[in-house]
Structure formats: structure tokens, C-alpha cells
Design a protein around this ligand. Structure first.
Ligand code: ADP
Ligand code: MG
Length: 228
């Protein structure tokens, strides 16, 4: 059984002209896989990611994450599931500029009610994992885009999230910083067996991923195995 399984996933956005953003997607993602979601702009990549990441409900279909039928959860159970098991990285880093890097990273653990000495230690460990151990006390506003995105990744993983979801995390980064972030994601996958599901439109990112799900017009077009 995969760590993420989706079947018959549909999403229609209402409005004057309803948009069928997903038209029945089936997929299985294995634990420890680094999977990319690629396809033309408007093809439904972000919508699909949001459904798998419990950020929005599908119109129809089934999503099982880590053995839990997540659509059967109440909204409070969903929030708790997200906080405890999932991590998110977006195009905008969504960090708090007036806090230092370490404080940004331990926020999710603080929210989970961990004791201060534990969450500081965990957060520092994650800062080291993303190669920023020496910059823990730096203000976000003093960091480069690439560094900020690595802080965001540390924050997404500090609760030992089983799955990391990322939507175009390199979109605001230059080539060098994108490469640093992609290498870090690959390393997390290799060294921690971190499951990663990432939307991207950069063909050169394929070299870091195990498999690409190509989406077109709200449907799975094809699968591409990239490594192994
Ligand atoms: P991608 O990430 O591949 O660029 P999206 O998943 O964001 O594509 O969007 C797929 C389709 O669904 C597009 O036609 C988009 O306009 C539409 N869409 C996405 N989100 C919404 C929304 N909240 N309300 C209405 N339409 C939406
Ligand atoms: Mg998108």
C-alpha cells in the first residue's frame, strides 16, 4: 500500500462557468518517493496537490494518506492530521520576517504544545539538516531567497512530517538557489526516506526526482520514471 493513494479524484470549482479542474485522477505514491507533478499552466497541478495535502476537499473520489481515509475525517481531525503528519512549502516562503530563523522553524512545534527546550533542540537540528545551523539566530529579513526557502523547508519538517508537499518552491529563486533547494530535497529523500510531492514546471528538476506524474487538462497524461 502506498503512503498516498487517490482514486477517481474529481474537483469542480463552482461559479457562473464551473471549471472541471480534475476529471478523475488515480495515483499511488510510495513511502520515501520523490514525486513531481508536471504539466501545462492551468492543467490542475496545484488543485491535485491541494487534494492530496488535505488543503481542499475533492468533489468526488477517495484519498488515503498513511492508511487513513482522510475525507472521512472531521475538520478538526483534518487540522490535527495536517499539523502532525504533513509539511508544506510554497512559492512564497510565508515566514515571519520579524522573527529569527529558529523561531520560525519551531512555531509548528510550539503550536503542538511541545516544551520549549524540546522544540528549540528539534528546530536547531532541522536548521542543521538544511545547512543553516550557523544562521539560526539570523532574522528572516537578512536572508537570501534560497536561505528563506530552506528555513521554510526546515519548518515544514520539524514536526517529523511523514510527507512534504511543495508547490513550485523554486519559482522565486535564481538558478543557483533552486539547485541548492533541489539538492536538499533529494538529500532528505535519500537520507531520511522523506516522501516528497512537488509541483514544478522546470524540466531540469526531473533529475532530482524518482517519478513524474504528467497532468494535462485535469487528467493523468502519463508517468515518467526518472531515476533507478
Ligand atoms: P496549475 O497549478 O496546473 O497551473 P490549477 O490547479 O491552479 O492549475 O488550476 C486548474 C484549473 O482550475 C484552472 O482552470 C484554474 O483557473 C481553476 N481553478 C483553480 N483554483 C480555482 C478556484 N479556487 N476557483 C475557481 N477556479 C479555480
Ligand atoms: Mg499551480
Amino acid at each position: 500500500m502506498g503512503i498516498i493513494e487517490a482514486a477517481g479524484l474529481r474537483k469542480t470549482f463552482g461559479g457562473e462557468v464551473p471549471v472541471e479542474a480534475l476529471k478523475g485522477v488515480d495515483l499511488v505514491i510510495e513511502e520515501g518517493e520523490f514525486v513531481g507533478i508536471m504539466g501545462p499552466s492551468g492543467s490542475g497541478k496545484s488543485t491535485l496537490l491541494h487534494m492530496l495535502a488535505l488543503l481542499d476537499d475533492p468533489t468526488a473520489g477517495r484519498v488515503v494518506v498513511d492508511g487513513t481515509d482522510v475525507l472521512a475525517l472531521s475538520s478538526i481531525q483534518k487540522t490535527s492530521f495536517r499539523l502532525n503528519k504533513l509539511g508544506y512549502v510554497f512559492q512564497e516562503y510565508a515566514l515571519l520576517p520579524e522573527l529569527n530563523a529558529l523561531e520560525n522553524v519551531y512555531l509548528p512545534l510550539m503550536m503542538l504544545g511541545a516544551p520549549a527546550k524540546d522544540y528549540e533542540k528539534e528546530a536547531l537540528e532541522m536548521m542543521e539538516t538544511v545547512g543553516l545551523g550557523k544562521r539560526a539566530k539570523h532574522l528572516i529579513s537578512q536572508m537570501s531567497g534560497g536561505e528563506q526557502q530552506r528555513v521554510a523547508i526546515a519548518r515544514a519538517l520539524v514536526n517529523r512530517s511523514k510527507i512534504l508537499f511543495a508547490d513550485e518552491p523554486c519559482a522565486n529563486l535564481d538558478t543557483r538557489n533552486s539547485e541548492i533547494v533541489m539538492k536538499l530535497l533529494r538529500q532528505l529523500c535519500d537520507e531520511r526516506r522523506q516522501t516528497i510531492v512537488m509541483v514544478t514546471h522546470e524540466p531540469e528538476h526531473r533529475q532530482y526526482m524518482d517519478r513524474i506524474l504528467w497532468i494535462k487538462d485535469g487528467a493523468m497524461e502519463r508517468e515518467e520514471k526518472c531515476r533507478k
